[in-house]
Write a protein that binds this ligand. Structure first.
Ligand SMILES: *[C@@H]1O[C@H](CO)[C@@H](O)[C@H](O)[C@H]1NC(C)=O
Ligand SMILES: *[C@@H]1O[C@H](CO)[C@@H](O)[C@H](O)[C@H]1NC(C)=O
Ligand SMILES: *[C@@H]1O[C@H](CO)[C@@H](O)[C@H](O)[C@H]1NC(C)=O
Ligand SMILES: *[C@@H]1O[C@H](CO)[C@@H](O)[C@H](O)[C@H]1NC(C)=O
Ligand SMILES: *[C@@H]1O[C@H](CO)[C@@H](O)[C@H](O)[C@H]1NC(C)=O
Length: 420
């Protein structure tokens, strides 16, 4: 399986029925609870007008757009120093025939060795767990999902925030859902433009996949993300270098709930629950008494979100704290813009869940157009009637089966089926 059909169709459908439904406000969108209405593709005029400044939705962003001088300038500023590491395998993650010595692991290729400490000097290590004991760095990949209101309502009811790894194409298709993450105090990181295997991309393709995802979040929310998660975990020192030039920290995980695999029948619902249970058993056995955990879970479909809800109270009972990844790192400024602050870990666990970001309105998204296109990191306009968010948020945790080192040979055929 390559792109999950549901996500792929979502993009296609949005394009096909463009113009049929217009939606204008995050608050109105967040109040819809009928899943069919929620997931009816819609047009949000401020984003619709700028779609031509982005790559095609859900297509591999192989190139910087010809007239995008800000992106061209940024790329030109470092392209000559990109590590000379050849692309590996296919975009869909097929690494059949790729010759790589995963013992020597010269490129710190996660897919081959689960390496998270770069070989290349000057690259920051990936974040694969959290320093705080008995703590979960709580996050979800692949959103925003059109039908996430029940899930986000649940998190809010628990005063819980999380790290949302958003796909750039989904952000442009579902801008009001992406705005809800800011409204609710979640942390937004990017998860590439088209969810392809990043070590298979060209240098320029890797840049464009990240650049346009950052620009999509900036356009829609006013904030510029500073973190990303590689699809399938597929990262090496070439890709880390490009991400670091774009001011993105690389966030991986050590436990995989495999919740994504229920949709294609690779894992049953019961197996996914076993994965969560085994993660919690490890916690009970003291595995996270020194350092906390990051488990891979998804905002992918009803099953993954409902499974997250079902397991939340159990995780909260087993772990002392469940926090966004940034909070576990005391990263109080999650975005480039300094006007959005997260609590420190100490503040969060003592009950201060306050964030003070600003959500853009339709008017201010239009006004932020020029800063988005130049890639500058200016704060969202405060002159267009933005509503200030002042929310209390809370805590708790989750996850599963430990990733074991897999010899490259056995990954070769399996990798194409992974959806991480
Ligand atoms: C870039 O070019 C595309 C098509 O070539 C056009 O639709 C778009 O408006 C241009 N964007 C800018 C920012 O000029
Ligand atoms: C969430 O925070 C609010 C405001 O501080 C508080 O009244 C409420 O009890 C909290 N809810 C939970 C589930 O902790
Ligand atoms: C999943 O679908 C069921 C049945 O429609 C619904 O009751 C439930 O609220 C949904 N869960 C989430 C997290 O959206
Ligand atoms: C976060 O800050 C606290 C002090 O408030 C400190 O004890 C802890 O080690 C810090 N954690 C990280 C990851 O920096
Ligand atoms: C948000 O909070 C931080 C820290 O308290 C503060 O420096 C900043 O000015 C605040 N921003 C807004 C828009 O209120």
């Amino acid at each position: 399986m390559h792109l999950p059909t549901s996500l792929f169709l979502l993009g296609l459908t949005a394009a096909a029925v463009r113009g049929q439904v217009t939606r204008t406000s995050e608050k109105d969108e967040a109040a819809i609870h009928d899943p069919d209405t929620e997931c009816q593709p819609y047009v949000y005029p401020p984003v619709e007008k700028l779609k031509s400044s982005f790559p095609a939705i859900w297509e591999y962003a192989s190139k910087i757009l010809p007239n995008d001088s800000a992106a061209q300038a940024k790329y030109a500023s470092f392209k000559d120093s990109i590590p000379n590491i050849a692309p590996k395998g296919t975009l869909s993650g097929d690494i059949t025939g790729v010759k790589y010595d995963s013992n020597a692991d010269p490129d710190c290729w996660w897919t081959g060795s689960l390496c998270v400490t770069p070989k290349l000097a000057g690259l920051k290590p990936d974040i694969a767990d959290v320093p705080e004991p008995k703590t979960i760095g709580y996050g979800f990949d692949d959103g925003p999902h059109c039908g996430h209101n029940v899930f986000y309502d649940y998190l809010s009811s628990k005063n819980q925030t999380a790290t949302m790894f958003y796909i750039g194409s989904n952000v442009l298709s579902l801008p009001l859902e992406a705005q809800r993450a800011v409204a609710d105090g979640h942390e937004i990181c990017v998860h590439t433009w088209s969810h392809n295997a990043m070590t298979a991309t060209s240098d320029e393709g890797a840049f464009a996949e990240l650049w346009y995802s950052i620009q999509a979040v900036k356009l829609v929310t006013g904030y510029t993300p500073t973190c990303w998660r590689p699809p399938f975990g597929d990262v090496d020192d070439r890709i880390r270098y490009i991400a670091q030039q774009l001011n993105l920290e690389t966030i991986i995980w050590k436990f995989d709930s495999n919740d994504w695999a229920q949709a294609d029948g690779t894992q049953s619902a019961a197996q996914v629950q076993q994965n969560y249970d085994s993660f919690m058993d490890k916690a009970k056995q003291g595995q996270f008494d020194q350092r906390g955990a990051i488990i891979l879970t998804h905002e992918l479909n009803n099953f993954t979100m409902q499974t997250a809800i079902n397991n939340y109270p159990k995780l909260a009972a087993v772990f002392d704290h469940i926090v966004p990844v940034a909070v576990a790192q005391n990263k109080t400024q999650p975005y480039v813009e300094a006007d959005y602050q997260f609590p420190s870990f100490a503040e969060y666990v003592s009950g201060t869940r306050q964030t003070n970001g600003t959500i853009l309105t339709s008017a201010s998204v239009s006004a932020s157009k020029s800063s988005s296109q130049t890639g500058s990191a200016s704060a969202p306009s405060s002159s267009s009637d933005p509503s200030v968010i002042n929310k209390q948020n809370a805590q708790s945790g989750a996850v599963t089966n430990s990733v074991t080192l897999t010899p490259l040979a056995s990954l070769v055929l399996a990798f194409g089926f992974f959806w991480l």
